[in-house]
Design a protein around this ligand. Structure first.
Ligand code: C2E
Ligand code: MG
Ligand code: MG
Ligand code: MG
Length: 280
């Protein structure tokens, strides 16, 4: 718009736009130092086995402990980390940090405990990102690869880039498990479920929210569960907040659940307390 009505090209930028651009630049600068300044935190949200009630896994969810702004949520900085490519280093850090935690927790529960980490498509597109480094790190810690799950979204599986598919295959060959996050919200061509080795589907919160009142959401959730089981996959329901939702999901045969009904994402020490209490 400004192009046509401005003789002076500085009219492009209204003060509000200038403010936004400046904030963005500052945020990028701050993001660049956040890793070395040790400002990131990993929170963990328990995933419950609906059959036993046990905490069997936890999802690692990053937070940014900003010196002035306090705890910043991923929605506020992951997009910028992706645009700048910083997500590759950040993602590696989340993996290592949660692997160290997992090693420590291994001694707390007699059952095998697992961690899942979220992966950005940018990590798959980056030539700097090598799965082998993760494998080596797991070997150093003597952790079985299947104790880790990567969460990816459907969009990544529609990508025909060979580098992307190679990395997915590599993860699978290493023995790291693969979950489809936010299942049902992407442009689903279901054929990818045939082409790739997937271990879990995570039913998106948007289907779980009105489960008790919306028959369509119930029908979709049931269909996802039946389909997943026929394909040999396990199902995790996201965003479970009420007993009613839990009951319906259990009746539909859902395997695992995650949501505020059980716990919000919490710091490592808080999860450790839950695990120790459960072990008694
Ligand atoms: P996600 O992977 O789908 O994670 C689930 C989100 O739902 C989390 O938000 C979690 O706090 C929230 N949640 C869990 N249970 C409930 C519930 O019962 N009700 C409601 N309303 N919300 C619930 P969070 O932690 O803000 O993370 C948002 C998104 O940021 C994640 O969505 C994921 O896509 C991304 N993200 C988080 N950590 C990382 C990371 O380390 N790397 C990358 N690439 N992305 C990450
Ligand atoms: Mg996730
Ligand atoms: Mg999700
Ligand atoms: Mg399979």
């Amino acid at each position: 718009i400004a192009k046509n009505n401005g003789r002076n090209r500085f009219e492009f930028f209204t003060p509000a736009m200038q403010q936004m651009a400046q904030n963005r630049m500052r945020m990028i600068k701050e993001l660049r130092v956040a890793l070395s300044a040790n400002q990131f935190r990993v929170f963990y949200q328990p995933i419950i086995d609906l059959n036993t009630g046990d905490i069997i896994k936890a999802e690692a969810l990053i937070r940014w402990q900003h010196p002035e702004r306090g705890l910043v949520t991923p929605a506020e900085f992951i997009p910028l980390a992706e645009e700048t490519g910083l997500i590759v280093d950040i993602g590696n850090w989340v993996f290592r940090e949660s692997a160290r935690q997992l090693k420590h927790w291994g001694s707390l529960c007699d059952r095998e405990f697992q961690i899942s980490v979220n992966m950005s498509p940018i990590q798959f597109h980056s030539s700097d990102f090598v799965c082998k480094a993760w494998h080596t790190y797991l070997q150093e810690l003597e952790l079985p690869p299947h104790s880790f799950t990567i969460e990816i979204t459907e969009g990544l599986l529609l990508d025909i880039d060979a580098a992307v598919t190679d990395k997915l295959v590599e993860f699978h060959d290493i023995g790291i498990q693969v979950a489809i996050d936010d299942f049902g919200t992407g442009y689903s061509s279901l054929s990818y479920l045939k082409r790739f080795d997937i271990d879990y589907l995570k039913i998106d919160q948007s289907f779980v929210r009105d489960l008790a009142t919306d028959p369509d959401d119930m029908a979709l959730s049931e269909a996802i569960i039946v389909m997943a089981h026929k394909l040999g996959l396990k199902v995790i329901a996201e965003g479970v907040e009420t007993e009613a939702q839990q009951k319906l999901l259990f009746a539909a045969g859902c395997d695992y659940a995650q949501g505020y009904l059980y716990s919000r994402p919490i710091p490592a020490e808080a999860l450790e307390q839950l695990l120790t209490a459960a072990a008694k």
